[in-house]
Design a protein around this ligand. Structure first.
Ligand SMILES: Cc1cc2nc3c(=O)[nH]c(=O)nc-3n(C[C@H](O)[C@H](O)[C@H](O)COP(=O)(O)OP(=O)(O)OC[C@H]3O[C@@H](n4cnc5c(N)ncnc54)[C@H](O)[C@@H]3O)c2cc1C
Length: 467
């Protein structure tokens, strides 16, 4: 039986990042992948966020044929089904207030998973990891009650004092180690995508850098379009609809919602302009937790990425999370190996560090954000707020149909009528931002209070900043 310092199960972004970090640090690593090549399962495209450029210097070398920089996001507000016509749209580049250079330059880069996953696995192999393809892990070895290696379908065994389970949402390592039997229905979502190919020149002319577009509206919950060099994929289900359906305990129909968005007139026009042709249809489970999961390690084993349930709680972005947790697990494995202690108590530092890391911070306010979406997903409220936005923007600046002051005046009663719902939004929003920006906000409130006093009004902040 061959022995390694570390066995990694699954060569997705999480597994390859773990194997790369461990191999670069001189560990003897085995990376096992059940498919014929990394990325075989996720054949369509995805959007990699700028966080990967911030946290992984080697990502600057990424140069894949399918890459398209997304420097503009577009939100389309559609009228309710069955009409689903474009009602209002907002497009924006990144905010200059973002905290690192790449985030001020672009949002994401779209590319194909089969290219990205192979590139990352290849980096791990070049750094010295042994990559074995078509190797399905079906069992775990145990020594002294701890995980101590893996068993492949067919019976071949590999020993290692520590195993990283990077085997995705239906993680066998999570189940075999006893960490999780299966997800509860409220912890996973069924995500669908239809992949279209389109000539590159059409993509350049029609999409250019607007590589992420989302579709919202009354009864339309946020399906999205991701663009890469030679095509787009439309994905769903809408976040709002899933939440609302789930809360009403009614059936979630992700495929239906997605097909409706694809059939909607604005999407049809876009696909026609792109000369797009359907290439692939996929439906995957995806972990979707609103709190940071904690049952992600045991003696001799750590779970990373989707296997651990780490996609962020709003849009279930998960590739950067998988990479970050994979690298962290490798670092912890290395430390614990040096200390000669791979017990659960020793590996507990993996969870502690993950909770403190940017991955953990993505979960701050996760449940509250979902509640915001649920309120704004109310069809009446979203219709009225859209009307108000139209009056305050388009009708104020771009239309000559009515006097400007009347457009503004018409919007304000809408605001007043919806004040109870908006107060509910504020009740969720304010505690959430106080958690993150508390000191700064209290500072601003103090300045306002001082200003009011100086002006002799004294009305602002008659309660204190805490209130
Ligand atoms: C439709 C859809 C669209 C998405 N879009 C985005 C996006 O745009 N941006 C983003 O950041 N995230 C996106 N995600 C989420 C993202 O795909 C996942 O969070 C990410 O792939 C997690 O990486 P991972 O390495 O943990 O798992 P995976 O990518 O699932 O990799 C797991 C690997 O383990 C292998 N494996 C599984 N079981 C075994 C076994 N028993 N033995 C050996 N090998 C095994 C699999 O073949 C696979 O290669 C999307 C998800 C879906 C479903």
């Amino acid at each position: 039986m061959r022995k390694f310092d570390l066995v990694v199960v699954g060569a997705g972004p999480g597994g390859s990042s773990a194997a790369l970090a461990a191999a670069e640090a001189g560990m003897d690593v085995l990376l096992l992948e059940r498919s014929r090549f990394p990325g075989e399962k996720n054949a369509s495209g995805f959007a990699l966020s700028t966080k990967a450029w911030r946290d992984f210097p080697f990502i600057a070398d990424l140069d894949l044929p399918s890459m398209r920089y997304n420097r503009f996001c577009v939100a389309h507000i559609l009228s309710p089904p069955p009409e689903m016509e474009e009602r209002f749209s907002i497009s924006s580049g990144p905010s200059r207030r973002m905290g690192y250079p790449e985030a001020r330059d672009f949002f994401t880069v779209g590319m194909l998973r089969r290219e990205f996953d192979q590139w990352l696995a290849d980096k791990a192999r070049t750094a010295g990891a042994t990559l074995m393809l078509e190797s399905l892990v079906t069992g775990l070895r145990r020594e002294s009650g701890r995980v101590a290696g893996v068993v492949l379908e067919g019976g071949e065994e590999f020993a290692a004092p520590v195993v990283v389970g990077a085997d995705g949402v239906l993680s066998a390592t999570a189940r075999l180690s006893g960490l999780r039997e299966k997800w509860r229905p409220d912890q996973v979502i069924s995500a669908c995508a239809v992949d279209f190919e389109a000539p590159r020149e059409r993509m350049d002319d029609v999409i250019h850098e607007a590589g992420f577009q989302a579709y919202f509206g009354p009864g339309i919950g946020g399906n999205y379009l991701v663009a890469y060099a030679d095509g787009v994929h439309l994905g769903g289900p809408g976040v709002t609809n899933s939440l609302v359906s789930r809360l009403n305990r009614s059936h979630v129909k992700p495929a239906r919602e997605l097909l409706d968005t694809i059939a909607a007139p604005p999407t049809r026009r876009l696909l026609r302009a792109l000369e797009a042709r359907p290439r692939e249809w996929q439906a995957h489970l995806l972990p979707w937790m609103d709190r940071m999961p904690t049952n992600i390690y045991t003696g001799g084993l750590m779970l990373v990425g989707d296997a651990a349930g780490l996609p962020e709680p709003l849009y279930a972005e998960g590739v950067w999370q998988a990479m970050y947790s994979g690298r962290l697990a490798a670092q912890v494995a290395m430390e614990c190996l040096e200390e000669g202690d791979l017990s659960a108590a020793s590996l507990a530092r993996y969870l502690e560090r993950l909770e403190e890391s940017p991955v953990g911070k993505e979960f701050v306010g996760g449940a509250e954000l979902r509640r915001l979406f649920e309120i704004l997903g109310d069809p009446r409220l979203s219709r009225e707020l859209t009307e108000m936005a139209v009056d305050l923007t388009v009708n104020l600046f771009m239309s000559a149909q009515e006097p400007k002051a009347e457009c503004v005046a018409r919007a304000l009663p809408v605001l007043a009528e919806n004040l109870p719902a908006l107060m509910e939004v504020a009740r969720i929003y304010l505690p959430m931002i106080l958690q993150v920006e508390g000191e700064r906000l209290r500072g601003h409130l103090a300045v306002l209070k001082g200003l009011a006093a100086a002006l002799g009004g004294g009305a602002v902040g008659s309660g204190d900043a805490e209130a």
